[in-house]
Design a protein around this ligand. Structure first.
Ligand SMILES: *[C@@H]1O[C@H](CO)[C@@H](O)[C@H](O)[C@H]1NC(C)=O
Ligand SMILES: *[C@@H]1O[C@H](CO)[C@@H](O)[C@H](O)[C@H]1NC(C)=O
Ligand SMILES: *[C@@H]1O[C@H](CO)[C@@H](O)[C@H](O)[C@H]1NC(C)=O
Length: 356
């Protein structure tokens, strides 16, 4: 795997040169990181939802994370927001909002509202008993009051204005809803469905802006057709990514780009950028060896085989691959930590745009 040191150092250097923070990295480049979305950024909220369908609260999830314990992160180790927080100079991670850790001074560095199987469309999240995006925003409002109580109103305001907001969701709207929901796909063709999802994002970003957010990063739709689970469910031959699903992701991403440009145009004081995960993940999925990975088709942990179980590690089958860093995918839909590091590196430019 490529060394991560160079791009990260470059990032810090560029950011501090542009006035983002002190050279000694005493202070993180932004006061807080606040995340919304699905399993790509959930750091444990679903552990506190008794009925949630998707949880990562069992081994081998977390096997290469601190203390080698499952935390609720859907990977062997760090997810993209963890790597971003490391890069920004944080020494700890914003807590999952539903956990007991989300209180007192821990709230000063942000909070994480994400929930696995959440989605842009609230209906998708509700089908899996995840926290809808609408409810995540309600929790965020509650967080604002709690933060003011801990830090005082003025400090809270400056934390909320300076914070980096990450929105990462949408995969479930396709994989857990659109692709097997005939009434939905009859009602909307792919283009119109993408319009619907992107308009939900746009409304969400507007609300965040009104509540004080000024730096928003939104991830693109990943290459849906390259997930091992997708190849299993929708593939036409062994090995190849499902072209149709990747085209859908590209349709979404084109519209997301346009919406982000429109938001920029409407708000001169809003920094907003797309964190493009599509391009690096597709590169990894189609040419893993060139990037230092051994396998992009298999999964490091053994997933279930039933249709609804190809997404996650199978809790009843112990054991994983010997070396998670040689796999692009840890389970049927979630990248390994090594792949997350690779993706985070390619987002450095968008990151600099947001935090300087
Ligand atoms: C299909 O999607 C709609 C809208 O998201 C949702 O209300 C409905 O429950 C879904 N139906 C099935 C069978 O998944
Ligand atoms: C979205 O914008 C990025 C950066 O400008 C570009 O690299 C990417 O190709 C665009 N994606 C689509 C699908 O238009
Ligand atoms: C694990 O795989 C990575 C990437 O293929 C490789 O760089 C590393 O040396 C491997 N580690 C071990 C212990 O085999």
């Amino acid at each position: 795997m490529a060394s991560t040191a160079a791009p990260l150092a470059l990032f810090l250097l560029a950011a501090s040169a542009m006035g983002g923070g002190g050279g000694a990295q005493a202070q993180p480049l932004v006061p807080a990181v606040i995340s919304f979305g699905d399993s790509t950024v959930d750091v444990g909220n679903n552990n506190y939802l008794p009925r949630a369908v998707f949880k990562a609260d069992y081994a081998p999830y977390g096997q290469s994370f601190a203390r080698h314990q499952p935390t609720g992160r859907f990977s062997d180790g760090k997810i993209v927001t963890d790597i971003t927080a490391d890069t920004l100079g944080f020494e700890s991670y914003a807590p999952p909002y539903l956990s007991p850790q989300a209180s007192g001074k821990n709230l000063l560095i942000g909070a994480n509202f994400a929930s696995a199987a959440s989605s842009y469309h609230d209906d998708t999240a509700a089908m899996y008993d995840a926290i809808t995006l609408t409810q995540q925003l309600e929790y965020y409002k509650e967080y604002q009051s709690k933060l003011a109580a801990v830090a005082g109103r003025a400090t809270a305001r400056s934390i909320l204005t300076g914070a980096l907001y990450v929105v990462s969701t949408g995969t479930g709207d396709f994989l857990q809803n659109y692709y097997h929901n005939a009434s939905l796909s009859r009602r909307y063709d792919v283009g119109r469905y993408c319009d619907l999802l992107v308009s939900i994002f746009s409304g969400f970003a507007e609300k965040l802006y009104k509540l004080g957010a000024r730096r928003i990063g939104v991830t693109s739709m990943p290459p849906l057709g390259c997930f091992p689970a997708s190849i299993r469910l929708y593939g036409e031959g062994p090995g190849a990514c499902v072209a149709r699903l990747n085209r859908d992701a590209e349709t979404f991403n084109g519209k997301l780009n346009a919406t982000v440009e429109a938001l920029k145009g409407r708000h001169a004081d809003l920094k907003i950028a797309v964190f493009d995960i599509y391009t690096p993940l597709r590169k990894l999925a189609e040419a893993p060896v060139e990037q230092g990975f051994a396998d992009a088709r298999g999964t490091c942990c053994r997933t279930g085989t039933a249709k609804t179980r190809v997404y996650l590690c199978n809790p009843t089958t112990a054991g994983t691959c010997r070396n998670a860093s040689s796999y692009v995918f840890f389970d049927g839909v979630h990248p390994s930590e090594a792949a997350n590091v690779f993706m985070a590196e390619s987002m450095v430019e968008a990151g600099i745009e947001l935090v300087t």
